[in-house]
Design a protein around this ligand. Structure first.
Ligand SMILES: *[C@@H]1O[C@H](CO)[C@@H](O)[C@H](O)[C@H]1NC(C)=O
Ligand SMILES: *[C@@H]1O[C@H](CO)[C@@H](O)[C@H](O)[C@H]1NC(C)=O
Ligand SMILES: *[C@@H]1O[C@H](CO)[C@@H](O)[C@H](O)[C@H]1NC(C)=O
Ligand SMILES: *[C@@H]1O[C@H](CO)[C@@H](O)[C@H](O)[C@H]1NC(C)=O
Ligand SMILES: *[C@@H]1O[C@H](CO)[C@@H](O)[C@H](O)[C@H]1NC(C)=O
Ligand SMILES: *[C@@H]1O[C@H](CO)[C@@H](O)[C@H](O)[C@H]1NC(C)=O
Ligand SMILES: *[C@@H]1O[C@H](CO)[C@@H](O)[C@H](O)[C@H]1NC(C)=O
Ligand SMILES: *[C@@H]1O[C@H](CO)[C@@H](O)[C@H](O)[C@H]1NC(C)=O
Ligand SMILES: *[C@@H]1O[C@H](CO)[C@@H](O)[C@H](O)[C@H]1NC(C)=O
Ligand SMILES: *[C@@H]1O[C@H](CO)[C@@H](O)[C@H](O)[C@H]1NC(C)=O
Ligand SMILES: *[C@@H]1O[C@H](CO)[C@@H](O)[C@H](O)[C@H]1NC(C)=O
Ligand SMILES: *[C@@H]1O[C@H](CO)[C@@H](O)[C@H](O)[C@H]1NC(C)=O
Length: 704
């Protein structure tokens, strides 16, 4: 019984001793270190709030860790300072020399303007982790830092460090992290780094390093993260980098690297990120360079001069989520094979290259693909809209494409067949028909002219008929003019134009939007009065826009007379003017309703839908309807307006046809007022058959 009691007593005493010892150990035992901490608090201007003088540093101070009563870790990262401290921040850490067991010093995000003291290397020999990120440190990295032989992690990024990278850092054999990024370091990457066999992260990005990447880096077999981007490194990528079989991220972007990418890089079997954009790399990237790199998630090849076929194997990499191959000289056609399902989350950018040929169904598999600035041709399938950017190609049925000439010469140079936007060669693109059936309408110009002449003649005949009838019947009807009739026959337009009759006012911006920046693809023709563009309004209504360059005096005159006409007349037989844009000094725009059936010269014959080779011509009922319509229009101008107007430019292409083949007269820029009331020589005036008639008519028309 007594024996048992004794044993319990001994146990209890031992237990309390043990607890006492443990508690004892947590207090700071070194008086020297306590003074050093207070000195540090004062020299850095740290606050008593975090480091209160009355309590024990090891147990109560923020960021202090102790082992066996000695300070082993100081973390003052992002500490707030006293007013005095934040007004005079200084890199004065002399007190650190008093800590013999300090293994970690973290002062990141704390301003320490000044340079890293030389004594760091000699006096902090126990240091394993040194974090001085974003500390506003300036000047060179001291050579003595190479004596911190216990160091495993060194972070000096985001400072103002200058000078060269000391080769002595190659002596830090235990180093696993070396981050010197975001400084102003110059010179070369030391070859001595090859000794850092335990290095897993090497980040020297955003400095001014030059010279070649040392091939010795290829020996760093544990390296997982290598970032040398944003320097001035030149020469080629050393083939030895392919030995870095642990590498996960390789970033060599934004340098001046030259030459081709060595096939040995296929050794980077664990690579997830490959960034080599914005260099001067060139040559071919074959599929078999990438096919072993099955872990790739992010690849950036942009802004180089890679040529030849694109390594389309990348498109079927199971993990790939982002690929930027823009701005290279890649060429070839798009692949036509299935992709694995994961590509539906991928964003790919192959813009600004030389891809050509048809779009293939492969593109529907991406969540987004930018193909702008290539030479792809053919129709854009419906499924491709939305997740795709197509501008500046040679595609049909989308806006903002390249010029016909650009596309044609690209295809010609390579001996390829260019589809000319789906039109026969030599014919300029015409607005897409709103109605799907007539989409492939092809106009056979040659056969048209004869029939058009016939219809024009018929129209003249009907005009005469109508005019004669009116003359015999109602003389007084003359004065049923339309719009304000100027006192002197006509006044200079612009001075007293009635803008309300000129339709809506369009902004220049709106014009640009509607016509894809007045792109050549939307150009219908260069008329003598201006250039005609097709356009689409926001509400999807098609329009035709005439651009008039007022620096040409001929066009200016034509424009003035057309404005004048529209301000005075309005009739269902004239092409409807929807609006105008007069805000630019030298470039004016008139906006007309789009005529789905084009003009007479185009509509006389068209290809049928079912059989592309058989022509369908207008039936004679429609032809008669057109002839009467044209006659009504001319008769209105000449007979119902006071003073009468003469069209002077009547031909097949001036007879526009709406969706029901109703005539809407166009080419109104030649219309002028007929002076006097004479109906003599009516036929010669109405039919402006040759240039010589121009002299003949100038005498009786007001030309402004
Ligand atoms: C360092 O100190 C900061 C601020 O007190 C704290 O947020 C952070 O967790 C500490 N970091 C480490 C690694 O102890
Ligand atoms: C203010 O800070 C400087 C250096 O940081 C120090 O020398 C000085 O003693 C401080 N003044 C006061 C009043 O704490
Ligand atoms: C230093 O402290 C910052 C802030 O807490 C932290 O993010 C960083 O990881 C620390 N550095 C090291 C090397 O632990
Ligand atoms: C580097 O120094 C310049 C002035 O020389 C200063 O404006 C800049 O903020 C400093 N950058 C850092 C990261 O301390
Ligand atoms: C490292 O320290 C030794 C003596 O301890 C000295 O001889 C040597 O010069 C130092 N090296 C560097 C790079 O400071
Ligand atoms: C490298 O790291 C391993 C394990 O992380 C360690 O055993 C070895 O001692 C380290 N080598 C050096 C030179 O520190
Ligand atoms: C490499 O460093 C730059 C700049 O520091 C950074 O923007 C980039 O994201 C880094 N690359 C990788 C792969 O993390
Ligand atoms: C698709 O992606 C997920 C997550 O990124 C990944 O876990 C999965 O293995 C991928 N599927 C295939 C077929 O590669
Ligand atoms: C594709 O790359 C080009 C040129 O590098 C760039 O302008 C464009 O914004 C990129 N597209 C996307 C969707 O990121
Ligand atoms: C790439 O194309 C550009 C024209 O866009 C040309 O000037 C350059 O020489 C080409 N580079 C190579 C390597 O073919
Ligand atoms: C792509 O392949 C599919 C069948 O795999 C075929 O139907 C289609 O016509 C091909 N497209 C092109 C453009 O070669
Ligand atoms: C491209 O598509 C057109 C039809 O849109 C077809 O006639 C032509 O054969 C296709 N070209 C190729 C190379 O597949």
């Amino acid at each position: 019984m007594e024996d048992r009691c004794n044993r319990v007593l001994v146990c209890a005493v031992l237990f309390f001793l043990l607890i006492a010892c443990t508690v004892e150990q947590q207090f700071l035992v070194s008086r020297q270190e306590r003074l050093a901490l207070l000195q540090l608090r004062s020299s850095l201007g740290l606050r008593a709030k975090e480091w209160p003088i009355k309590s024990d540093p090891c147990t109560s101070w923020v960021g202090i860790q102790c082992t066996n009563g000695r300070v082993t870790s100081i973390n003052i990262s992002g500490f707030k300072r006293t007013r005095n401290g934040s007004q005079n921040p200084q890199f004065s850490v002399d007190a650190l020399q008093s800590f013999n067991f300090l293994s970690s010093f973290n002062a990141s995000n704390l301003a320490l303007p000044g340079s890293i003291p030389e004594w760091f290397g000699q006096r902090l020999s126990s240091l394993e982790v040194l974090d001085l990120r974003s500390c506003s440190i300036a000047r060179a990295i001291p050579f003595t830092l190479g004596n911190l032989s216990s160091l495993t992690e060194l972070y000096l990024s985001d400072n103002n460090l200058t000078g060269i990278v000391p080769t002595s850092l190659g002596q830090l054999l235990r180093l696993s992290v070396l981050d010197l990024s975001r400084n102003s370091l110059t010179g070369m990457i030391p070859g001595s780094f090859s000794a850092l066999g335990n290095l897993t992260l090497l980040d020297m990005s955003l400095n001014f390093l030059s010279g070649a990447i040392p091939p010795e880096i290829g020996t760093l077999s544990r390296l997982q993260f290598l970032n040398l981007s944003g320097n001035s490194l030149s020469s080629s990528i050393p083939a030895q980098l392919g030995d870095l079989s642990s590498l996960v991220d390789l970033d060599l972007g934004f340098n001046s690297l030259l030459g081709s990418v060595h096939r040995d890089l296929r050794g980077l079997k664990n690579l997830q990120k490959l960034m080599i954009g914005n260099n001067f790399l060139s040559g071919t990237l074959p599929d078999d360079l990438f096919s072993p790199l099955t872990q790739l998630q992010r690849v950036i090849l942009s802004h180089n001069a890679f040529t030849d076929d694109f390594p389309f194997v990348l498109w079927s990499m199971p993990q790939l989520r982002f690929l930027d191959a823009s701005r290279n000289n890649f060429t070839g056609t798009l692949p036509n094979h299935s992709l694995n399902a994961n590509a539906s989350f991928a964003v790919f950018n192959i813009s600004q290259n030389f891809f050509y040929g048809n779009l293939t169904s492969v593109i529907r598999r991406f969540s987004f693909i930018d193909m702008s600035g290539n030479y792809l041709q053919g129709r854009v399938p419906d499924y491709a809209r939305g997740n795709t950017s197509f501008s500046r190609n040679c595609l049909q049925n989308v806006a903002s494409q390249r010029r016909v000439s650009e596309c044609a010469s690209f295809y010609a140079e390579r001996g390829l067949v260019f589809d000319n936007f789906g039109l026969p060669n030599g014919v300029l693109p015409y607005p897409p028909k709103s109605d799907k059936k007539s989409h492939r309408t092809v106009i056979i110009l040659a056969s048209v002219l004869g029939a058009a002449g016939l219809i024009a003649l018929l129209a003249t005949f009907f005009v005469l008929l109508i005019v004669c009838k009116r003359k015999n019947g109602a003389k007084n009807q003359r004065d049923i003019g339309v719009g304000p009739v100027p006192a002197n026959g006509s006044s200079p337009p612009g001075a007293a134009l009635d803008f309300s009759s000129l339709g809506e006012t369009f902004t220049y911006k709106k014009i640009l939007e509607a016509t894809g920046e007045l792109s050549d693809v939307n150009l219908i023709k260069n008329g003598h009065s201006g250039d005609f563009f097709r356009g689409i309004l926001e509400d999807a209504n098609p329009i035709v826009i005439k651009k008039i360059d007022l620096r040409s005096s001929v066009k200016k005159e034509a424009y003035m007379s057309e404005l004048d006409l529209f301000s005075k007349v309005s009739h269902q037989r004239l092409v409807p003017l929807l609006g105008h844009c007069l805000e630019n000094e030298n470039e004016k725009f008139l906006i007309y309703k789009y005529m789905p059936n084009g003009d007479l010269s185009m509509s006389l014959f068209k290809k049928t839908n079912s059989d592309a080779d058989s022509l369908q011509s207008l039936d004679w009922i429609t032809r008669l309807k057109i002839a009467i319509g044209a006659a009504e229009g001319l008769s209105y101008l000449h007979h119902e307006c006071t003073p009468p107007f003469v069209h002077r430019d009547i031909r097949a292409s001036s007879i526009l046809l709406d969706d029901k083949f109703e005539v809407r007269l166009g080419s109104l820029s030649e219309v002028c007022v007929q002076e006097g009331d004479s109906h003599q020589n009516r036929i010669t005036r109405l039919l402006r058959l040759s240039q010589t008639s121009e002299q003949g008519t100038s005498g009786m028309c007001n030309v402004f």
